[in-house]
Design a protein around this ligand. Structure first.
Ligand code: ZN
Length: 470
């Protein structure tokens, strides 16, 4: 659901009660550059004070013109030609870009620079790993390239906490003033800056239809699902009228919004109302980081609510409201309709008891968990584990198929306690949770205090679309 607030109001919301910009977060580096923003359809926008925009879709065709490269490298560029008029222009690389096509869009007319970019190894990261890289070219008035700055995704690292990255790589190629067709190259790791946004939506046809309507980047939609993955089975339990409200970050690299990896930064807080019951989740970044309810109880539990991860692929298939399958049936299991090949994940830590073929079940995996519990995954098209193997919650054990007595591709899932099939809805409820330590809890409560206001505000706006919000 789009919230038609004006940009002026957004700025005011922030200024009044919530003061989110006071919040200390990971993205510290202030941008030492002048940022001029032209928003088609909007007049003056106080973008500099971290707008609490309801959603990204609310900012139609924003063209961000910023002379970051210019500013950051003033000294270097001044050394090139003190009198030159320098023109920065930004674009995003495409998967099928060549040096020529990219330079053309950037307004560069410079055969020497093009030849150098084609042959020099230091320019190679521009073309690796697909398109979507943000590039700013600075030319002189004749179109000669003075500097090219590219912002690239940072490869995931083991030391980063889970979730969205906190930094990007800046590749900077600067013309050497002293030698013709010589270039200085520099590659550095730079933290993102972040602004906080609100969004809300109501589920009518499917989860992704609602998150799309709310203008949520896929990366944030997936975090929403993961935050509640232990409580809500998004394949079976979604209902028409379910609603969500959330507070999330939008990341900027040198002042430009980042769209890599599904886009969007960290989901900071969320409420999901499922079948009339409200669930809340707050991100707390200590240690590996994770989601907690308002009382500081971890959302992460011993069992996931669903053996199928949520994706656009499965959402079109089985995540419609009122699913035709996915009921607890007389045959003591739950069937999930899903395309053949959809990954199947083990819902809790355990040891594989059985991985092989049994007539009715087809390819089947059974995993033993602590406390006399076991889960079974049947009709698989492939099995990715072997008997005796230890598996961790969320680990892929196979893929959806139609082996055994199956009329079409689906996952047959069973949950057993002491060998007796039990309704898996009870899984999450039975599972134990962890709570934060007392000193952590004090810090967590500070986090919650800063996020509760915006979350409530987003919910109120969702309940009364178009209402002025000051
Ligand atoms: Zn079944």
């Amino acid at each position: 659901m789009t919230l038609p607030l004006s940009s002026r109001l957004r700025a005011r919301c922030l200024d009044s009660a919530y003061a989110l910009r006071q919040r200390v977060h990971r993205h510290h580096r202030a941008l030492g550059a002048t940022v001029a923003i032209l928003l088609a359809g909007f007049g003056v926008t106080a973008f500099g004070i971290a707008p609490l925009a309801p959603d990204a879709a609310d900012l139609p065709r924003q063209q961000i013109t910023l002379d970051v490269a210019h500013h950051l490298d003033r000294l270097q560029l001044d050394a090139l030609d003190g009198a030159a008029l320098l023109l920065p222009r930004s674009d995003v690389t495409r998967a099928d870009d060549s040096v020529d096509s990219l330079l053309r869009r950037l307004g560069v007319q410079d055969d020497g620079a093009a030849a150098w970019l084609r042959r020099d190894a230091s320019a190679r990261p521009l073309w690796q790993g697909g398109g979507g890289k943000m590039v700013t070219a600075t030319t002189d008035q004749d179109g000669l390239l003075m500097q090219l700055v590219a912002r690239l995704p940072l490869a995931a690292s083991a030391t980063e906490p889970e979730g969205p990255p906190s930094a990007f790589q800046r590749l900077r190629l600067t013309r050497d003033a002293t030698q013709a067709d010589h270039w200085q190259t520099e590659l550095e790791t730079v933290p993102f800056t972040a602004t906080t946004r609100l969004a809300s939506g109501t589920i009518d046809s499917s989860l992704f239809a609602a998150t799309d309507a709310a203008g949520l980047p896929d990366g944030v939609a997936m975090q929403l699902v993961e935050a509640f993955a232990n409580e809500i089975d998004f394949h079976r339990q979604l209902r028409k009228g379910d609603r969500f409200t959330l507070v999330y970050e939008t990341l900027y690299a040198d002042g430009e919004p980042v769209s890599w990896g599904g886009g969007g930064g960290r989901l900071l807080a969320a409420e999901f109302v499922n079948a009339g019951k409200a669930y809340t989740a707050y991100w707390f970044g200590e240690g590996k980081g994770g989601y907690f309810d308002a009382d500081g109880q971890a959302k992460r539990r011993a069992f996931l609510a669903s053996p199928l991860a949520v994706s656009r692929m499965t959402s079109g298939f089985a995540m419609r409201v009122h699913p035709i399958s996915g009921q607890w049936r007389a045959h003591k299991g739950v069937d999930y309709g899903a395309p053949s090949g959809t990954p199947v994940r083990v819902v809790g830590d355990g040891v594989v008891e059985l991985a092989g073929r049994q007539s009715g079940y087809g390819n089947v995996v059974q995993v033993r968990h602590a406390g006399g519990k076991a889960t079974l995954y049947a009709h698989l098209s492939r099995v990715d584990v072997r008997a005796g193997q230890r598996v961790e919650q969320g680990q892929r054990v196979g893929a959806v198929g139609a082996t055994g007595w199956a009329t079409g591709p689906h996952l047959h899932f069973e949950y057993k306690i002491d060998g007796v099939q039990t309704n898996p809805v009870k899984l999450a409820k039975l599972a134990e949770t962890t709570t934060l330590s007392t000193p952590q809890l004090a810090r967590f409560e500070g986090t919650v205090a800063g996020l509760r206001g915006p979350l409530t505000a987003a919910a109120q706006v969702a309940g009364a679309p178009g209402r002025r919000f000051e």
